[in-house]
Unconditional design. Structure first.
Length: 429
């Protein structure tokens, strides 16, 4: 046997999964159990003191969920991972150990609409705030970071605009400021982009999308790079200072590169309870087994459909970073060389009404507020997912009123093109 690190296709099937020690079951069992029996009173005490790692109660840890955590940490090249009940839960859980009242996160103005809403309104209830800036303007990003900034947040491939973030440049700015970079890698998946290799501290995902891949599960994950020095200054007391709820334990001193991971489980999941359930973890593990195969087809289908749309007279423009016409095409080679995923938008010359008519005229595409499904999906972002945003925010996010978003699935590209063609004929008649 060679010592070579296994390739992605091998890891997506095997990482985190061993034959079940009790039964030999080859697939990861669904451990549908709330609690786990302690060997004896000393064992229980050691687990509760975080002196020994093991299973106590499924709000904190569960063997099925742990297999998924190990798989995601491996695929992203991180030290540890924490699964959460949704992508949005993962975002709150990622910020929770870092933030506090009066502190802020510097975020890209090109983000998933739900994240813009979460960051613009809901986090204010915790006393946190977000400063949105154009992440192509490096001076603006650097200038937005102040003494109260505790995180920088962006998406590798931004949803929905076909925009790719220059992660290396943003990481360099975050690094200089001593602030962790959090990258939402939902649209790219670790098959197309590994943000930790570009300097990310934490990677978050909505596993609801391409990772599970078939529109069955709501789930999220945080992958911890293990590389950030939480004790370099006094900005991150939850990780560097004594924790009263654990007899004064200091997470960074005790757990080193796994400080964030242990904190997010022992404090975050314990007290916020945004836990992924074992059944959902199992579906997601099965989805990830075919991630590379699916992403290849998602990308090749997306290129075909985007090229066809770009040549169509009824279409004003197509924003897909996988097209040579995209201003972000050069970044594809650097950030996600295997492809630009399958989420993109296009604009109709005939405007808002035609977009609405198009959506009502498709047969094969499903009109849903989801992405990363085996099925091809269509949505008019301005009237749905990005509805809570102002028109200026919609335009900045690539979801202007005359723009339609597609998530290209795994069907035959010719069938998808034929469906769009007939729907465009009706919409633009
Ligand atoms: C869907 C999505 C989220 C939110 O995830 P949920 O699982 O729906 O909570 C966050 N970021 C991006 C990029 C998404 O596409």
């Amino acid at each position: 046997m060679s010592e070579k690190t296994p390739g992605f296709d091998t890891l997506q099937i095997h990482a985190g999964a061993r034959p079940d020690p009790a039964t030999g079951a080859r697939q990861v069992p669904i451990y549908q159990s709330t609690a786990f029996v302690f060997r004896d009173a000393d064992h229980a005490a050691a687990l509760f003191n975080l002196q020994e790692v093991g299973y106590i109660y499924s709000r904190l840890t569960n063997p099925t969920v742990a297999a998924l955590q190990e798989r995601m940490a491996t695929l992203e090249g991180g030290a540890g991972a924490i699964c959460c009940s949704s992508g949005h839960a993962a975002q709150i859980m990622a910020l929770f150990p870092l933030m506090g009242p009066g502190l802020n996160v510097v975020a890209s103005n090109r983000l998933y609409g739900g994240t813009v809403t979460q960051f613009s309104h809901t986090i204010k209830r915790f006393g946190w705030s977000a400063k949105f800036v154009d992440f192509d303007d490096m001076d603006a990003v650097a200038a937005a970071i102040d003494d109260n900034t505790r995180a920088v947040f962006c998406e590798s491939i931004a949803n929905p605009g076909g925009y790719i973030t220059d992660l290396d440049a943003i990481a360099a700015i975050s690094d200089r400021a001593g602030v962790p970079l959090i990258v939402d890698n939902t649209t790219a998946t670790p098959y197309l982009c590994r943000p930790i290799e570009h300097g990310a501290t934490l990677v978050v995902h909505s596993m609801t999308k391409y990772l599970t891949g078939n529109g069955t599960v709501t789930g999220g994950v945080i992958v911890d790079s293990g590389k950030f020095d939480w004790s370099a200054n006094d900005k991150f007391p939850a990780l560097s200072q004594p924790e009263p709820a654990y007899h004064g334990l200091k997470f960074h001193e005790t757990f080193g590169p796994l400080a964030f991971t242990f904190n997010a489980i022992a404090i975050g999941l314990r007290d916020l309870g945004m836990t992924l359930n074992a059944q959902a973890a199992h579906y997601t593990l099965m989805g990830i087994e075919t991630l590379s195969l699916r992403m290849e087809k998602h990308c090749s289908n997306a290129v075909k459909v985007a090229q066809w749309l770009e040549r169509d007279e009824r279409v004003a423009y197509v924003t897909y970073a996988g097209l040579p016409s995209s201003p972000y095409y050069d970044r594809v080679n650097r950030i996600c060389p295997k492809g630009a995923s399958s989420l993109f938008t296009f604009s109709l010359k005939a405007g808002y009404e035609a977009c609405v008519k198009l959506i009502d005229s498709v047969n094969l595409f499903s009109h849903v507020a989801n992405l990363g499904d085996t099925r091809s999906l269509i949505i008019h972002s301005a009237s749905t997912t990005h509805r809570q945003l102002t028109e200026a925010q919609q335009i900045a996010a690539g979801a202007a009123p005359d723009v339609v978003r597609l998530s290209i699935g795994l069907e035959d590209a010719d069938d998808l093109i034929a469906d769009l063609d007939q729907a465009l004929s009706k919409a633009c008649a």
